[in-house]
Design a protein around this ligand. Structure first.
Ligand code: UD1
Length: 430
């Protein structure tokens, strides 16, 4: 079993470089099969497990992958020959369902098992299905386990999303890029990775306008071709280092970021007393005093990202005063607060609202990573806490943070990965 062991209390200092955006990569990798050609993808976070699973899935359906360097691959999708993806592959991550849109665009059919991923509450796909059906596909969901999509031809159409959904926006864009005529997605998601996917598809010869606003217009074409594309920096990884720098009362220069994508996070950190300097492609975050309280409501972009609320909750756990976090995207995103309570945080959760009474200090404790961002929050808590913190279930963290131990170590953190045997593992008892 892998664990992270952290001896806390060391302010972070130095420089860190953020990797390519996980959520953009997870949309762009399947998008590459929309052409029968070679796409070169740069600034790809190759070593995170979510990306590795997506690459394995590409290989399984017939694509050839060439590793050029530590963050660049070439995807040759000329020989992609299968439209079926089983549960063994999709169970690892949510974004595996982007293969439905991509295979539908490529072959006019897809048979893909329902996706896995972090449990943050119910994760329906009704808006994805609504979009595919609007384009003329017939969708059946067998035993809530396999999605089958078929169409003799896809035609562009208007699609109004009843709820702002990143996943549905991506999936509809993928299928619509190869449909005949114009698709207009209204009430579309505006996250940076939606814009990145649109830019990638446009580099392949697609005609997509309006990404980043809530109306996206996609004029489909059969003539997509290979391209070279560099993925944007990861907004959430950058935000995680920003919060870690402030929470440990350190001073860190975070390189390879797009400051505009970080505004909602910067604003809240400044409200808590952090100093933030913005450069063209970097931000410096420093904090000397105990943080002040603030209230946060998670919202779709450009609001405060739900994927940053566990990390901010750690900072607010040590703030002077009482803060409120209101979670408006996921119904079950406060499980990590139980772990923080073990470290001395005073948090009460009532439905979608967490009330955090700041304490002077957190104390090291054995905790676990309930999901990817909860795991990032545990790292920050461990870095701030007095004494030793051991984090179990770090596989969740490795889904989305590249070289996380090295990156924090380089900032002066006392963090290491250890392998341990569970003495109570009943399979090992003779
Ligand atoms: C993506 C991100 C995830 C982030 C989330 C919100 C990826 C790979 N994951 O997840 O890290 O937390 O955006 O920013 O990019 N919904 C429906 N019906 C649908 C689809 C969604 O009701 O058909 C609901 C969901 O249950 C949720 C809300 O819409 O309450 C937002 O979900 P969505 O934006 O689709 O999140 P994901 O794309 O799964």
């Amino acid at each position: 079993m892998e664990k992270f062991v952290i001896n806390g209390g060391v302010p972070l200092h130095g420089e860190v470089t953020v990797s390519g955006a996980k959520n953009a990569a997870l949309a762009i990798i399947p998008a590459a099969i929309l052409c029968r050609d070679v796409c070169r993808i740069e600034n790809l976070p190759v070593s995170i497990s979510d990306v590795r699973y997506m690459i394995s899935t590409l290989k399984y359906i017939g694509a050839t992958i060439k590793y050029i360097d530590r963050s660049t691959i070439e995807i040759d999708s000329r020989n992609v020959n299968s439209y079926m993806i089983s549960h063994d592959m999709t169970k690892h991550l949510r974004a595996s369902y982007y293969f439905i849109g991509a295979l539908l665009g490529r072959f006019g059919k897809a048979r893909v098992a329902m996706p896995g991923g972090c449990y943050l509450g119910p994760r329906p796909i009704d808006q994805h299905i609504k979009g595919f059906e609007a384009l003329g596909a017939t969708i059946s969901v067998e035993d809530n386990a396999i999605v089958e999509a078929t169409s003799s031809k896809l035609f562009g159409a208007p699609v109004y999303l009843d709820i702002v959904s990143v996943g549905a926006t991506v999936n509809i864009m993928l299928a619509a890029a190869r449909a005949e005529g114009m698709t207009i997605i209204e009430n579309a998601a505006k996250e940076p990775h939606i814009v990145d996917l649109a830019n990638f598809l446009n580099s392949m010869g697609a005609d997509i306008r309006g990404a980043g606003t809530d109306v996206i217009k996609i004029r489909g074409t059969e003539n997509l071709h290979g391209c070279t594309y560099s993925i944007i920096p990861d907004q959430i990884e950058a935000g995680t280092f920003m919060v870690a720098a402030a929470a440990t009362r350190g001073n860190v220069l975070i390189n390879n970021v797009i400051p505009k994508h970080l505004e909602s996070i910067s604003t809240k950190l400044i409200e808590c007393g952090a100093d933030i300097e913005e450069y063209d492609e970097a931000v410096r975050v420093s904090m000397t005093e105990r943080p002040g309280k603030c209230n946060i409501k998670t919202m779709p972009h450009p609001g405060f990202p739900t994927d940053m609320q566990p990390q901010m909750a750690v900072l607010l756990s040590m703030a002077e005063g009482t803060s409120l976090i209101s979670e408006s995207i996921w119904s079950n995103r406060f499980r990590y607060t139980e772990q923080l309570q073990r470290m001395g945080a005073r948090i009460t959760v009532d439905g979608q609202i967490a009330m955090i009474h700041g304490v002077e200090k957190l104390k090291g404790a054995p905790v676990k990573a309930d999901d990817l961002r909860a795991g990032a929050a545990m790292i920050i808590a461990g870095l701030c806490a007095e004494g030793r913190t051991e984090i179990e279930d770090v596989m969740h963290i490795k889904r989305g943070y590249e070289n996380v131990v090295e990156k924090f170590s380089n900032l002066g953190a006392d963090i290491r990965m250890v392998y341990s045997v569970d003495p109570f593992d009943i399979n090992k008892v003779g």
